[in-house]
Design a protein around this ligand. Structure first.
Ligand code: ZN
Length: 392
């Protein structure tokens, strides 16, 4: 099960002077292509779930497939939620199984960006989840033509970056040094001197958004100047689109499957090119050895109820419990069940699935949990045992 902590993966790249790719996912063809590339190159990889890609498909339905695909590989994988638009986005991402989140408040004033990012960090770190902040403004939207999107590029200042990282506690920082999201008009001019200064000023790894359209030489210089993660999507989307158009041209009467034929392979080829160029190929084993594995955790309560408690009262108790507990950050799902054997030591079970073992601790100290447990649950039941579990 090689899902690993995202921060550990990026820190490894940072220590060893290469950049890990965070490749944008738009459907299963992308997931398959990206993972196949990582396996072929024995490379760590980040599956990047970009919020704007989920306007026409359901994030919660794709995530179980993303997680299953990551879990059955032999290479280290992290799952990041990118460009969330609100704190609720981050909560949703953590609930669905992402182990890294980025809520993009970079278009706001410095102080608003700082306070909102700090809030995301507090909640995400309580669940063990990595947080990426962004300072300076990288205009455009992933996968779209940058010229259609308003907004002026604002460069990141090294002095502000140092204060931002220290005061927010982010694990990595996306910087603006000349790239734009989406397709670029003209040749991008990158400010390497600024990048080197930022690198000097901050303690966390740096991230570049808007990798599409950069030359091999530009990528090499970005990495030489301290970039440890590169977000890359538009080029993959363009390659997938081109393949679909070729399929149509080759067979105008082709069905849906014929239309999508070869898309994941085309994505794979481009991801492999990036992996080689960015220096991640052959790194899988050392990353697996040096990064913490990412495991879901579970808080399980087995319990009995007094005979005087009616079925209705039990149902009400569980309904209220679910409602109260589901709102706690890091809770992924809650399941109430009862034994199928009449001679079992405990008749009922309430099982809370959590994002990580860090999230278990935060859960048990959360006011909503303490209120439900102390006021409603423990006084109503007769005896119980509680277990905190992690996959072994
Ligand atoms: Zn971005």
């Amino acid at each position: 099960m090689p899902i690993v902590h995202l921060a550990d993966m990026i820190n490894h790249a940072n220590r060893h002077n290469y950049a890990v790719g965070a490749f944008g996912v738009s459907g299963l063809q992308f997931v398959e292509g990206i993972i196949q590339a990582a396996e072929n190159c024995r490379a760590p990889v980040v599956l990047n779930l970009i919020e704007s890609n989920f306007e026409n498909q359901e994030f919660e339905l794709l995530m179980p497939a993303v997680t299953a695909a990551a879990q059955r590989t032999a290479v280290p994988i992290a799952i990041n939620y990118d460009h969330g638009t609100s704190f609720a986005s981050a909560e949703r991402a953590i609930r669905a199984g992402c182990n890294g989140v980025m809520v993009d408040t970079s278009a706001l004033l410095f102080s608003d960006n700082l306070w909102q990012t700090r809030d995301v960090v507090a909640k995400a770190h309580a669940c063990g989840v990595t947080v990426e902040g962004e300072l300076g403004y990288v205009p455009g939207v992933e996968g779209e033509n940058a010229k259609h999107h308003p907004g002026e590029l604002t460069y990141t200042s090294a002095a502000e970056a140092a204060g931002f990282v220290e005061r927010t506690g982010v694990d990595c920082l996306a910087v603006s040094i000349g790239t734009v999201h989406g397709r670029m008009k003209g040749v991008p001019k990158l400010d390497y001197a600024r990048l080197a200064k930022i690198k000097e000023a901050v303690s966390v790894p740096l991230v570049i958004h808007g990798g599409t359209g950069l030359s091999d030489d530009q990528f090499r210089k970005l990495i030489a100047n301290g970039v440890a993660k590169i977000n890359y999507y538009t080029a993959l989307a363009d390659i997938a689109n081109r393949r679909i158009k070729e399929n149509v041209a080759a067979d105008r009467k082709g069905g849906h499957n014929a239309l999508l034929s070869g898309v994941s392979d085309a994505v794979r080829v481009e991801v492999e090119r990036c992996i080689h160029l960015w220096g991640c190929s052959g790194r899988a084993a050392e990353v697996l050895a040096q990064c913490r594995p990412w495991h879901d955790a579970e808080h399980v309560m087995f319990y009995n109820v007094p005979e005087t408690l009616s079925e209705n009262e039990i149902a009400t108790l569980l309904r209220e419990g679910k409602k109260a507990l589901e709102a706690i950050p890091g809770v992924r799902s809650i399941r109430a069940s009862r034994t199928i054997r009449s001679d079992a030591e405990y008749s009922y079970c309430l099982s809370v699935s959590l994002a990580s073992k860090t999230a278990v601790e935060a859960f048990q100290n959360h006011p909503a949990y303490l209120r439900f447990a102390n006021t409603n649950f423990w006084p109503m039941i007769s005896d119980h045992i509680t277990l905190d579990l992690e996959e072994s």
